[in-house]
Design a protein around this ligand. Sequence first.
Ligand code: ATP
Ligand code: MG
Ligand code: MG
Length: 553
Amino acid sequence: AAGDAGDFISDAVEKDIELGTYSGRVQTRFPPEPNGYLHIGHAKAITVDFGIAERFDGICNVRLDDTNPVAEDPEFVESIIEDIRWLGYRPAALVHASDYFQQLYEWAEYLIGQGLAYVDDQDNEAISAQRGGFGREGIASPFRERPVQENLDLFRRMRAGEFPDGSRVLRAKIDMNADNMALRDPVMYRIRHASHHQTGDDWPIYPTYDWAHGQSDAIEGVTHSLCTLEFDTHRPLYDWYLEHLPLTGGRPRQIEFARLELTYTITSKRRLAKLVTEGIVDGWDDPRMPTLRGLRRRGYPPAALRDFCRYIGTTRTNSRHNIEELEAFVRRELNASSQRRMVVTRPLRLVIDDWPTDEHGEPVVEYFELTNNPENPGDGTRRVAFTGELYIERDDFAEFPPPKFFRLSPGHEVRLRGAYLITATDVVKNDAGDIVEVHADYDRASRGGDAPDGRRVRSTLHWVSAGHDVELRVALYDRLFSAPNPGESTGEPLDDLNPASRTLLEGAKAELAIQDVAPGEVVQFERLGYFALDPTEPALFHRTVGLRDEWAA
Ligand code: ATP
Ligand code: MG
Ligand code: MG
C-alpha cells in the first residue's frame, strides 16, 4: 500500500512479477504450529505474509503446520484463528499441513522409487552422531544402500503401523558430506503412534517440518514462502525436495527475514508456556504477556501493532527493537481513538469549605460539560458533577512541598480540570499522623477553570466528585522482565523476572461516565495514561501504557 517503506521482500516479489515467474500471481501463507498462542513475533510474520499478498493483489492462506500431534491441541487452533482476525487479517483459506498427508506419503514413495530416500533402522541418537558437523565428514548409515524394494516394503509397513515409535525413520538420500548439515540425509518421517486432532488415528507416521513445508506450499500454489532467518540453511533442502518431485505447477520460493525481538520481552513459546504453568502470570492472556491475547486484554489496538510492524520493516539482520517504539505506536493510536475520563487511583478527600449549600442546606451540585476527546470533536461531551467534596490523587498534594512541586499544598492554588481554581488551607490527620483530608477554598469567579484576572496557575489536577463516583480496581504494570535482553547473563530469561510487574489498586474513584465504557474498550484516564476495561471482569481496568515514555532518561 502507499506509504509503506520499500523492503527487500517486496523488491524480490516485484522482480518475479516483472519476469513473469509465476505468471504475475502472488500467494503467501502464514504457517503457525498449533502448539501455543500467537505472540508479538507472530504479528510481525502475519503482517509480512498478509502485507505482501495485499500489496501485490495476491492471497494469503493460514496453514496450520500440524505435523507434530504430540505437541498440538485444537484449543490452540481456535485461538490462532481468532487472534489473526483480531489483528485485522482475513485468510483466503484456512488449511492444514495434515490435509496433505496422503499426497506427501505418495511423494515419499516416489522418492524411494527414484533411489532418493531410504528407511533407516537406527535411532535418533545414532543418526545425529553420524551426521557429524561442519568440517567433519558424516558417516553413512549402514542402511543407506538398501534396495528400493526393501525400502518401499519397510516404508509401507511403517505406514501400516507395524513398528514401534522411534524404531525406524525415512530419510532423504542427499549427501552425507554436504557443508550444509540440513542436506546430510534429513529425516522425512518418524513413527509416532499418536492421535492427531485432524486425522485421528489414520497415521502412525508423521512428516517432519522440512518434508511437509515446501510441498504444502507447492500443493497450495504458494509463490513466496516467507519465513524467519533460522530457516536460511534449510532453503537448499526446501529447493532439493521440490526439484526432485514430479510437480506440475511452479516451484515456490522461500525468502527469509529477521525475527522480531523486543527489549524486556521474550517470544519463545516454550518459555511463555513456563510463565503460565509456573503461575508467574495468570494465563496466556495475562496483560503482561507478549501474546496477542495478552496485548489485546492490555488494550493494545491491533492497528498499532500493524503500524509498528510496517514501520520496522523487513530486514535480514536479527536485532532487538526497543519496546518503547512499540509503545509509542500504541500511544499515538489511543490518543486519537480513546475518550477521556477522570479517575483518581489513590484517592485523598478534598473539602471545599466555602462551597455553597442550597435552600435545603444540601451542598450545591454543579455540572460541567467536558470534552470526550479533544482529538476527535465527533466524540462530543459529557456532563460531570461537581460538589464541595471531591477526591484528588494523593500524590497531587504535599503538606511540605519539595522544590518545584507545583501541585496542591497549603496556601497554593491549582486548577481542578474544567471546574474551578482552589487554594488549600488546611489538612486533617488521623491518629497515626496520615493526612486523611485536605481543606480548600475556591474562587467562584473561576468557573470553567480560568480566573477572570488571568493570573497564572501552574497545575491542573483531575478530580472526582464524592457521591458522584464509582469504585474501580486498577492494575498498573511495569516490565515483566527487568533486563532489556532477558536471560542474557545467565541463559535463563526467568532469572530476569521483575518481581513487581503488577500493582493492583483497590478503591480507585471514577466519574460516573466510566460506566459507558464497553468491555475491552480503552479510555484515557486524564493525566494517568490509557486504561483498558477488562473484557470480562467488571470495573477492572488495566493500564495499557502511560501518557508519555516514563522509561526515557
Ligand atoms: P517455537 O519455535 O517457539 O515453537 P515458532 O517460531 O516455530 O515457535 P510457529 O507457530 O511455527 O512458531 O511460527 C509461525 C510463523 O511465525 C513462522 O513462519 C515463524 O517463522 C514466524 N515467527 C515466529 N516467531 C517469530 C518472531 N519472533 N518474529 C517473526 N516471525 C516469527
Ligand atoms: Mg514452527
Ligand atoms: Mg520454531
